[in-house]
Design a protein around this ligand. Structure first.
Ligand SMILES: *Cc1c(COP(=O)(O)O)cnc(C)c1O
Length: 346
């Protein structure tokens, strides 16, 4: 069978920046070690690729949401380095988690019972200290089912680490109390933003995700975090339009002058959403190429004025500094990362 030709769009990923971001977050975690959240396919950049780079950089604790995500990493990482945040969904899942040698995060008394029934073994525990998402309510911590668990890490998760609000200290106090009751080997509370809240929040292990991949939710982290991902697409067609000519669906852009424009192979089905219509910018070297008109399903149209030599087949890169991109598009940094779909060859 003939081989498919190279794709006309890709998600460029700077592995050195990813490793550097982990090292920076590990340093900022002080005496605590930094782990890594690699759930949701490594926030869209590829869980296997990210995990290999992070392990090489020195990361020894990895967090996924589902047991199926853990199973995709067990040939790459020591299974004992992987924890499943959602915990066992049912008895079969508990047996599966046990069989592949990873740790479940126990989020409820029901999950504790499932884990015991599947044979037990080392696990983590998540205590809900106010986000009211997953985790054991503090009032259940005295339950005998928990006393029988072999607990590696006692986790909690901050709801508002990107804000300076009293809720952070309240969650910290509840987590510290829960750790005192459960006597785990290790304690973990902070996500990326939580690392910037200071050493009291670090415990023994931090769990950054977003900032590994270039996201910055607190100003303190900005000087330490490098951009990791960058969508890139090839120019498929170039044309010259006259003053008054309209561009794209619903003619939302009208040429003010004679313009050279290019159609590139990326659109909202690839994760480059319509929020970028008439707002996004692509780059070719230092040349800035604004998005004109509405982003289509698989295509976007650029003003090539700043790079007059660009031709069909040339590649351009989206401006995708997550903080700036979030402000400009109104989309969250987490979504900007995870949106970049499967069609982007890595
Ligand atoms: C996703 C997740 C993290 C990582 O959070 P970021 O804000 O991406 O750094 C940490 N802990 C838990 C429990 C998570 O679900």
């Amino acid at each position: 069978m003939a081989e498919a030709p190279a794709a006309s769009l890709r998600l460029e990923c700077d592995g050195d920046a990813l490793a550097a971001n982990w090292r920076a977050l590990d340093r900022l975690s002080g005496v605590a070690a930094a782990g890594a959240a690699v759930k949701a396919n490594g926030y869209g950049i590829g869980a296997r690729r990210a995990s290999a780079i992070l392990h090489e950089a020195g990361c020894r604790d990895f967090f996924v949401a589902h047991s199926s995500e853990a199973a995709e990493l067990v040939d790459l990482l020591p299974p004992a380095a992987i924890a499943v945040l959602h915990g066992p969904m049912n008895l079969a899942d508990a047996h599966f988690i046990s069989a592949i040698g990873v740790r479940p995060v126990i989020n409820s008394l029901h999950q504790a019972a499932l884990w015991h029934e599947a044979g037990g073994g080392r696990c983590d525990v998540m205590v809900d200290t106010g986000i009211n998402r997953l985790g054991l309510p503090p009032v259940q911590i005295g339950d005998p089912a928990l006393a029988r668990l072999d607990i590696d890490i006692c986790h909690s998760h901050l709801s508002s680490a990107d804000e300076d609000v009293p809720r952070n200290a309240a969650q910290l106090a509840l987590w510290a109390k829960a750790c005192g009751q459960l006597s785990p080997r290790r304690r973990s509370l902070a996500n990326s933003a939580g690392i910037a809240l200071g050493s009291a929040y670090h415990g023994d292990l931090t769990r950054p995700g977003l900032s590994l991949y270039g996201g910055v939710q607190r100003a303190e982290l900005a000087p330490h975090i490098r951009q990791v991902v960058c969508p890139a697409a090839a120019i498929m067609q170039v044309r010259t339009i006259e003053p008054g000519d309209a561009v794209g669906y619903n003619a939302t852009f009208t040429a003010p002058r004679r313009m050279r424009i290019g159609v590139i192979s990326i659109g909202y089905a690839d994760g480059y959403l319509t929020a970028w219509s008439n707002k996004g910018v692509f780059r070719f070297g230092t040349a800035a190429l604004p998005v004109i008109g509405r982003v289509s399903m698989d295509m976007t149209i650029l003003d090539l004025t700043d790079a007059p030599d660009l031709a069909e087949g040339d590649w351009v890169q989206a401006e995708y500094d997550l903080r700036e991109a979030s402000e400009r598009s109104g989309l969250g940094q987490y979504e900007l990362l995870t949106l970049m779909g499967r069609r982007l060859a890595r």
